[in-house]
Design a protein around this ligand. Structure first.
Ligand SMILES: [Zn+2]
Length: 212
């Protein structure tokens, strides 16, 4: 059984790499130039500020509670989680409570190039926002779908069209209806209306087990 679990975990990670082009190499395959990798915490902190303002301006998403951003590989979880959200080995959001006070803890694997790092960070910040606002607490599919939707736009805005398209393909495969319904809603009603719509869909207390 352990062997099967290990194989499925590796399979999930491989699937994510193939479909999104993510890997730990610094060279990108879609663009033929090298961009600096995000390896140090000061740089990560600067990118955090940029991405937070991008989310605020582009999507109306802002956080009240502090973010603790660590450059570290998220711990490996069970094979079921690895298959359901194979990207969870690249980035992870975990709420942490210090008494009454919540801190949004985000782990991202070191060495991603900057545009990719920004996109993964945006994804995890959306999960932090969902937790803070109590949005989509009962629907894991929509939580993931929304985070991927924002990630997709951040990639597009950075000019990473090929990667964004791969993400689109991955989401069709893994998230199915949730992902499509968000994109359809955006096409018909626009971006801000889509965020407002997601807010109203499913309240309740978010479960502790979250995706990547
Ligand atoms: Zn996620």
């Amino acid at each position: 059984m352990q062997v099967v679990a290990k194989v499925l975990t590796v399979l999930g990670q491989t699937l994510e790499r193939v479909l999104t082009g993510r890997s730990e190499f610094r060279f990108t395959t879609s663009e033929f130039h090298q961009t600096p990798a995000v390896n140090d915490p000061i740089q990560a902190r600067m990118v955090l500020k940029e991405v937070q303002s991008e989310l605020e301006q582009g999507f109306g998403l802002s956080l009240q509670e502090p973010v603790l951003l660590n450059l570290e590989r998220p711990p490996v979880r069970g094979w079921k989680a690895a298959v359901a959200t194979p990207e969870a080995h690249i980035g992870r959001y975990v709420p942490r409570w210090l008494g009454e006070r919540r801190v949004h803890r985000i782990m991202i694997v070191p060495g991603l190039d900057r545009p990719r790092f920004r996109a993964v960070l945006a994804h995890e910040l959306v999960h932090a926002w969902q937790a803070e606002q109590g949005v989509l607490g009962r629907s894991r599919g929509l939580r993931e779908g929304m985070a991927r939707w924002v990630e997709y736009h951040v990639l597009l805005r950075a000019g990473r069209h090929a990667e964004a398209r791969r993400l689109l393909g991955l989401r069709r495969f893994l998230l199915g209806r949730s992902w499509r319904s968000i994109l359809d809603h955006e096409r018909r009603h626009g971006r801000q209306a889509t965020v407002d719509w997601l807010r109203t869909l499913d309240g309740g207390t978010p479960g502790d087990s979250r995706g990547g």
